[in-house]
Structures are given as structure tokens and as C-alpha cells.
Ligand binder design. Structure first.
Ligand code: HBI
Length: 353
């Protein structure tokens, strides 16, 4: 019997805009893979979203403010005509048509509403612990509905008091969209939302010290932060290439000798690291959060003392030691859509079991 799934998207932006960060890629890849496995997936998302050809219900309303810009004691904010409230009122109305609802929003409301629903809800938590009110809401669901909290990495789980109740999912990408590049023709790369928790300034400093050009790709979330970096590192050979769709991103990324991954916070996963590895590009990452579980030190890149620019520079000097074929093989084995699909299908069946 065909299982019917309702995917409720993030509330901070439309799917396809890049505002939803890694969640967009995660939602798209899981949905695509499960459709291929015979599931019926319907995506409900803010008006103006794309669902890449899959069934889509668009919901109007005001977007949520980004959770990671709030402080730990930030209260829950629900704006007038909240798209988050409208998304979940829609889910409530249609829940009997589905076997499982999957929540992709890192917001208080869907967790609070979980006990009010008849239909089971699986929560894919996309970031580590950020606010007390979210920790409390997720913990309540983890206790009342064991096994329904999915996370991308063990490091991310460890940021929560209910770490042991989280289901490890990793993440996955569609490898057919990433071309392996054996001989790099460019310098360094940095990919991600241009926002202070991503630590871009350290990568720029490493580019300036080594004199190796660096391509910067990603959504320009914080213009002031970007301008400050350009003032602080006027001689860095960097170039901002904009927010790029996967096809163009992987092309420019694949030409690079290495990707620098410099998170200030506990990155839940680090999609950009597996996108680089898929193209044969080693990742030089701070030993912090999700990327530290992806990169095998000395084999598929290097793990560096967190916040150490000297460490980045030293690792850049050792890139000749890395076999780019092993980088792609790591993704084929652990982080393909198929490998992620196995883990997600197992998770869903445990919940439905
Ligand atoms: N903030 N309030 C809120 N809700 C989200 O779903 C959310 C967010 N900030 C970032 C975000 N999602 C995604 O970009 C990350 O989960 C990847």
C-alpha cells in the first residue's frame, strides 16, 4: 500500500530562494528519493516556492524571522498572518489523507502542536540548540513521541539535552548532479550563507596569507558583515560569485583545490562539504560540528583546530597528500541520496511501525 507523506517546509522563505539554506536541499533530496521508492509525497510551503515538479501546495503569509539571529532566551515570535501558523493549519485540515507528516521547520509551533495531531509527525531538526524555548519544545516531543526527532549529525544531537533520543540521519545529495574533477584549475573555495556564524573572515584571512585566490559562493544574508570583511582584508584575492544553483555551483567548486569550512557555531551537518567531496574537492574544516564527522583527517581533507587561521594555512600546504578520488568515494558510500534514503526510510518505518 502506497504510503502518503506530507512534507511541511521551513517557514523563513520560499523553496528555491536559498533563504532556507541547507533545509531546501535536504527536503528536495529526501522527497525526490522517496518518490522514486514509490511513496506519494506532497510538499506544502510558503507561496512562491518551487517543488521541482513534485506536488506542491503553496501557503500565503508572513515569514518567520531566522532562529539563529535570536538569543538563547528569545521568546517565540508569531507575526500577523503567520505563514508558519497557516502551514500547520493546512496540515491539520488534511492530516487524515496522510500516513506521516514530516516537519522541516526549526520553529516552536510544529513541535507544540504535535500532540494535537492524530497523524504521526516526524521532525527533521536542521540546526543544533539555539534557544531555550525550542529546546523545551523539541524535548517534550522527544519524550512523548520517542524516535520522532531526526538530526544530521551526532555533534548536532550533542548540543541538545535529549541527544540520546535523536535519530541520526546524516544527509544526502544527488550525485548525478556533481561531476568529479581530477585536476583542479582554480584556487580555494568557500560556500555558504554569508552570515557571521559561518566564519567567512577566517577563510578570507587564509586566502590573503597564502595569496591563493578564493571563490566565495552563497546567499548574501548579511551585507554589513561582507563589507566589514572586505575592509579588514583589502588585499585578499577573493571574488564573490553570488548564490548559485547546484549545476553552476558544482562546476565552479569542482575546479578548486580545496573547500574551506570555517563554522563559528556547531554546524548541524555541512552540506557544502559533501558537495565539494562529491566533485573530488578536499575539505579543510574546523574540528567542530557536522563537518568534523564528514571529513576524514588526512584522507578526504583536513580537520583543523577551531578558529585557527594558522591551522587552515598549514592544511592548505598539505593538499598534495590528498587523493581526490577518495573524496568522491566517501560521498558515494555515505552521503548519496540512496544512502540517505535508506536512513530516512528506516526512520519513517520505525515511526509508522
Ligand atoms: N529559522 N525560524 C526559523 N525557522 C527555520 O525553519 C529555519 C530558521 N533558520 C535557518 C533555517 N531554518 C535553515 O536555513 C537551516 O535550518 C539550514
Amino acid at each position: 500500500m502506497t504510503k502518503k507523506l506530507l512534507f511541511v517546509s521551513t517557514s523563513i522563505g520560499t523553496l528555491g530562494s536559498g533563504l532556507g539554506g541547507g533545509v531546501e536541499l535536504t527536503l528536495r533530496n529526501i522527497a525526490t528519493e522517496l518518490v522514486q521508492r514509490g511513496y506519494r509525497v506532497t510538499i506544502v510551503a510558503p507561496q512562491g516556492s518551487t517543488a521541482w515538479g513534485m506536488p506542491l501546495v503553496e501557503i500565503a503569509g508572513s515569514h518567520q524571522i531566522s532562529a539563529q539571529t535570536q538569543g538563547r532566551s528569545a521568546p517565540v515570535v508569531i507575526p500577523h498572518n503567520s505563514v508558519l501558523a497557516n502551514l500547520w493549519d493546512y496540515a491539520r485540515q488534511v492530516q487524515d489523507n496522510y500516513d506521516l507528516i514530516v516537519n522541516f521547520a526549526y520553529d516552536w509551533l510544529p513541535f507544540y502542536l504535535t500532540p494535537f495531531f492524530n497523524c504521526a509527525i516526524a521532525h527533521l531538526v536542521s540546526m543544533g540548540s539555539l534557544t531555550d524555548v525550542m529546546d523545551e519544545a523539541i524535548a517534550r516531543v522527544a519524550t512523548q513521541f520517542p524516535g520522532t526527532i531526526g538530526v544530521h549529525s551526532y555533534a548536532q544531537a550533542q548540543t541538545f539535552p535529549f541527544a540520546s533520543q535523536c535519530q541520526y540521519l546524516g544527509n544526502g545529495i544527488d550525485l548525478s548532479q556533481y561531476d568529479f574533477c581530477q585536476h583542479p584549475s582554480a584556487g580555494l573555495a568557500w560556500v555558504g550563507r554569508i552570515s557571521s556564524e559561518k566564519g567567512l573572515e577566517d577563510a578570507v584571512a587564509a586566502s590573503q596569507i597564502t595569496g591563493i585566490p578564493m571563490k566565495i559562493m552563497g546567499f548574501m544574508e548579511n551585507k554589513a558583515y561582507w563589507q566589514q570583511i572586505n575592509q579588514d582584508y583589502p588585499n585578499a584575492p577573493i571574488h564573490y560569485e553570488g548564490f548559485l544553483e547546484t549545476a553552476e555551483l558544482q562546476k565552479r567548486l569542482g575546479e578548486c583545490r580545496a573547500l574551506l569550512v570555517t563554522p563559528r557555531w556547531v554546524e548541524a551537518f555541512g552540506n557544502v562539504a559533501i558537495e565539494a567531496l562529491a566533485c573530488g574537492v578536499p575539505a579543510i574544516a574546523y574540528r567542530r560540528g557536522g563537518p568534523a564527522e564528514i571529513v576524514e583527517d588526512g584522507k578526504t581533507g583536513f580537520l583543523v583546530e577551531p578558529d585557527s587561521v594558522e591551522g587552515l594555512v598549514a592544511a592548505i600546504g598539505r593538499l598534495g597528500e590528498i587523493d581526490r578520488q577518495l573524496c568522491r568515494q566517501r560521498v558515494v558510500k555515505e552521503y548519496s541520496n540512496q544512502a540517505m534514503g535508506d536512513r530516512v526510510e528506516h526512520w519513517f518505518n520505525d515511526i509508522l511501525g
